[in-house]
Design a protein around this ligand. Sequence first.
Ligand SMILES: C[S@@+](CC[C@H](N)C(=O)[O-])C[C@H]1O[C@@H](n2cnc3c(N)ncnc32)[C@H](O)[C@@H]1O
Length: 346
Amino acid sequence: MDRDKTRQFLERFTSLAAGATTIGLLAVADRSGLLRSMAGEPPRALPVVADSAGLNARYTEEILSGLVAASIIDYDAENQTFFLSEEHAAVIADDESPYSMTGWLDMIPTALEHTDAISDAARSGGGIAFEDFGERMVRGIDRGNTPSMTVLLTRRWLPEMPDVVDMLKRGARVADFGCGSGGAVRAMAKAYSHSAIFGFDISSSSIERARKQTAEPNATFIVGGSETLQRGRPFDLVTLFDVVHDLADPIAALTDIRSSLGDGGVVLMMEPRIERSLENNINDRAALLYGISTFHCMTQSLAAGGPGLGAAWGRDAAEKLCGVAGFSSFEELPIDNPFSTFYRVS
Ligand SMILES: C[S@@+](CC[C@H](N)C(=O)[O-])C[C@H]1O[C@@H](n2cnc3c(N)ncnc32)[C@H](O)[C@@H]1O
């Protein structure tokens, strides 16, 4: 046995274990309001931080110490003050920031609650249904995706399809299929007031959350699967943000989506960014993707009798599936995004 290799792996394991407990601490600091109460504040002593967050001083001390140890909170030893920098707050304490990662603070702890069930499913098949993850997961997906929808969708992503933007400005019919809590629907409804934007999702709790958050008069939410897409007039654009790999019957859904398009209609499909082969995916970002896929994306598709494509299914499989569903054009858009890849499909 190569003991140096074992020692190196021990270090790597310690760092992974610290990452897991730190996400736990961050989730507590998020849910208890500690992070938000520190954002924008100057360096402050422990009693002041605890008081202003309305938290028990001893808990606050232990949580802050853990977050200092993990290089998240700055600690000034001389003055014994704690400080959350603007740069770190943009990632962990501001749901509106385009850098926000707060969704993970809901999604990861919620996913890990199902470790026993995933272990059972790994032996006997099946999976955990989307609804069984509960409200916290719906909220996590919302917090995870809505900030980039609000900031980037109409300013960076759609402009890569100028003909589509012209159509949206003039007035088009758009379906955001698998719309979740409606972040993309709201962004498009705001930006293109002459267009009618419809959000479809089979999760009634997601649609309820979407309706509560949406005031735009040209936005409509419908509880339903792909068969409901064909009930009205055809769509000019169907958007699919992190949806296809979750589906129980992706071929049937894509076929319905294709049939729901009018002449010249297009699909914009966003899927997680991943390299083509496993050997090129040896990095933390891919590890996070495979992890959340096992605990959520893949298992909820398998639970519904689906293929369990998983979040890391990649470009080649996506292109093939669109071909099987009858689409003839599949083009990757030149959008530089560390987490997602975008395809124009027609
Ligand atoms: C990962 S979430 C993405 C939600 C949203 N697009 C976003 O970016 O936040 C996938 C969504 O697809 C929805 N979904 C899964 N299967 C569906 C189906 N057959 N018909 C409609 N929606 C579906 C789920 O309920 C969930 O809201």
